[in-house]
Design a protein around this ligand. Structure first.
Ligand SMILES: Nc1ncnc2c1ncn2[C@@H]1O[C@H](COP(=O)(O)OP(=O)(O)O)[C@@H](O)[C@H]1O
Ligand SMILES: [Mg+2]
Length: 272
């Protein structure tokens, strides 16, 4: 099912190459090669592949943090690489990342109140919000309650939390601008399995409640299968195959996909 012009994200024949010194000369290393896919509003597209297959590079190109060497990425109809400053600000509000390392993403000197409301302050004009203390505090409590935290965390700092709590704080911050799309790059890979399972189920609930669209990136096929509407499989920079999650897992067309399915253990009962 592909409706031309309706996709939230369109990745069109995208390449990313870095020069690599071979000992004799610099030769381009193609870390993403001719990848195309679309993400439809409301779906979860799973992006799965072994380490080094180009998943994070692809995510960073969608976010506008890395420029494609060739090809283009459109988000909500706007070409990310050639977007103007004001278009980029609009895209920032619609598309938020959540990365693997929940600690690295949080400023250690800020308390939780400041961390989760900072996006509102940065985008206050476009969002049209007052930024007095009482308003920000109420907003922070609202965002935190959505991720299962209460107002006792507001004055605390990132080092005081466990990995799972930190990732909840990251998610609360990512939701502050009411984005349409979350780019989730291995969001539970650094967490214990049972803690990761809770965060995964939180992501499912938030998606339902807010009608969010997800790009969910993981090296774990069972996790991707649990969350995804469709699955895109990456191997050595290329899109190996893409299909409906159920069909692709039941009937993978590529040996590489079959290996990914067989390589990773089943999910613990706490998830499924
Ligand atoms: N800035 C960079 N310069 C050179 N090589 C890079 C850079 N970023 C990523 N790579 C290389 O691109 C390949 C894909 O990396 P990455 O996108 O992080 O894969 P994944 O997220 O699937 O593990 C790796 O071989 C990595 O070393
Ligand atoms: Mg990665």
């Amino acid at each position: 099912m592909y409706h031309l012009g309706m996709a939230l994200v369109e990745v069109n024949s995208v390449w990313k190459s870095y020069p690599r010194w071979t000992g004799l000369r610099n030769e381009p290393q193609h870390v993403v090669q001719d990848v195309s896919f679309a993400i439809e509003p409301g779906e979860t597209l799973g992006l799965v592949g072994e380490s080094g297959s180009g998943k994070t590079t692809l995510a960073r190109m969608i976010l506008g943090l890395v420029e494609p060497s060739r090809g283009s990425v459109r988000v909500d109809g706007t070409d990310v690489a050639s977007a103007s400053a004001s278009e980029l600000r609009r895209l920032r509000r619609q598309m938020q990342p959540v990365f693997q390392d929940p600690y690295a993403a949080l400023n250690p000197r800020m308390n939780v109140l400041d961390i989760v409301t900072e996006p509102l302050i940065i985008h206050r004009r476009e969002v049209g919000i007052k930024t007095d203390r009482a308003t920000l505090r109420a907003k922070a409590i609202e965002f935190l309650s959505e991720v299962g935290l209460d107002d006792s965390v507001l004055a605390r700092h990132p080092h005081e939390f466990s990995g799972g709590q930190r990732q909840r704080i990251n998610i609360a911050r990512a939701l502050a601008l009411r984005p349409k799309l979350l780019i989730l790059d291995e969001p539970v890979s650094a967490l214990d399995v049972s803690v990761g399972a809770q965060v995964v189920n939180l992501l499912r609930r938030l998606q339902r409640e807010h009608g969010l669209t997800y790009l969910f990136i993981s090296h774990s096929m069972p996790l991707v299968r649990y969350l995804s509407t469709r699955i895109a499989v990456m191997g050595r920079g290329r899109l190996v195959e893409l299909g409906e999650a159920v069909d692709l897992c039941a009937n993978p067309s590529q040996a590489y996909t079959r290996q990914l399915i067989e390589a990773t253990p089943e999910l613990p009962a706490s998830v499924a």
